[in-house]
Design a protein around this ligand. Structure first.
Ligand code: PAF
Length: 313
């Protein structure tokens, strides 16, 4: 089955409403395209829970700071459609071009860091449509967005929360599926949906790994063969941390240090390694049930994230 491609908000909303008027349910899988097996497993989850599935493909400028990789973010719309066609069961690809309208970007680092206490210069977002009426409404999940990735990417989560809020308003799905690889993103969206009473169920889908353990990500394509090899240190370190925790390791500092050392020894540059509560994402004092080890590290010019939930028996 070839998915129907919808490009405008009005057509998307009209499609969803006609489906819902027939008493059928809709699952949404938001993506930025360049689909891989990880995305396909999100789609399988959506298919399990709903009658119809919409995949959105939209590289959201609002979640990239000017210093980040928007211009090199990989895209392959035609390839994505072929992949979706071959797996089948996706009714619509929503590929909007009129989602954001920032106009000339006047957002300053100070605007963004006002609640973040974070004085780096990555605060400005990428401008989208110059000269048009500026988009000025943002959704922020003020606590959960601060730590982990929020420290080095202060505009990221407000961009994600805002675009996901827009997608939920336009597609009106019953269920929306997000990958747990982007653990903080998943928690931020769950909290936004709860706090703002969106009528949607958010499902977190398990992280998908390559056979050798590398967490699947659209950014992996930018790794050189050597960097890809080095990047395996992340999942190796995380599996070792899980096994140490299962054997009774309780000390956060020790576990954290060994993850950092393994990744650095392989040539990675650590952005953060944190052991936090799975829901609040706050640092924990000891390893216990319900924590997650979260990692962000650079290999060459590629920043990778990964995580491991630890549920000690
Ligand atoms: O995870 C992603 O691909 C993006 O952050 C999302 C959720 C599609 C929002 O742009």
């Amino acid at each position: 089955m070839e998915p129907k491609i919808i490009k405008t908000k009005d057509e998307m909303r009209a499609w969803s409403r006609s489906i819902r008027s027939q008493g059928k349910t809709i699952g949404l899988v938001p993506t930025m395209g360049y689909l891989h097996h990880g995305h396909l497993s999100l789609i399988t989850q959506a298919q399990k829970h709903t009658h119809h599935v919409v995949v959105s493909i939209y590289v959201n400028p609002g979640q990239f700071a000017v210093t980040e990789d928007l211009s090199t973010y990989p895209t392959d719309f035609h390839g994505d459609i072929q992949k979706l066609k071959s797996i089948g069961g996706v009714d619509v690809v929503f590929n909007p071009h009129d989602l954001y309208d920032y106009g000339v970007n006047t957002t300053t680092t100070e605007d963004i860091n006002i609640n973040n206490n974070n004085n780096n210069n990555r605060g400005e977002t990428v401008s989208c449509l110059e000269g048009e009426t500026r988009h000025e409404t943002w959704v922020r999940v003020e606590g959960l967005e601060k730590g982990l990735c929020g420290k080095s990417r202060p505009v990221f989560f407000r961009g994600v929360a805002t675009v996901v809020a827009k997608l939920l308003n336009i597609v009106e799905p019953d269920v929306a599926v997000f990958g747990k690889k982007d653990y903080q993103q998943w928690r931020v969206i769950q909290r936004m949906v709860r706090d703002l009473d969106f009528a949607v169920k958010v499902i977190g889908s398990e992280l998908t790994r390559e056979e050798d353990g590398l967490a699947m990500s659209s950014r992996n394509v930018h790794l050189s063969p050597q960097e890809r090899d080095q990047a395996l240190s992340i999942s190796r370190a995380l599996f070792e941390a899980k096994s140490a925790a299962n054997k009774g390791e309780k000390i956060v500092g020790g576990l954290r240090r060994s993850v950092i050392e393994s990744i650095e020894a392989a040539g990675g540059k650590i952005d953060y390694v944190e052991i936090v509560d799975q829901e609040s994402l706050e640092a924990v004092e000891e390893i216990k049930n319900g924590v997650v080890v979260c990692v962000a590290a650079w290999f060459g010019k590629v920043r990778l994230i990964d995580n491991m939930e630890i549920d000690v028996l």
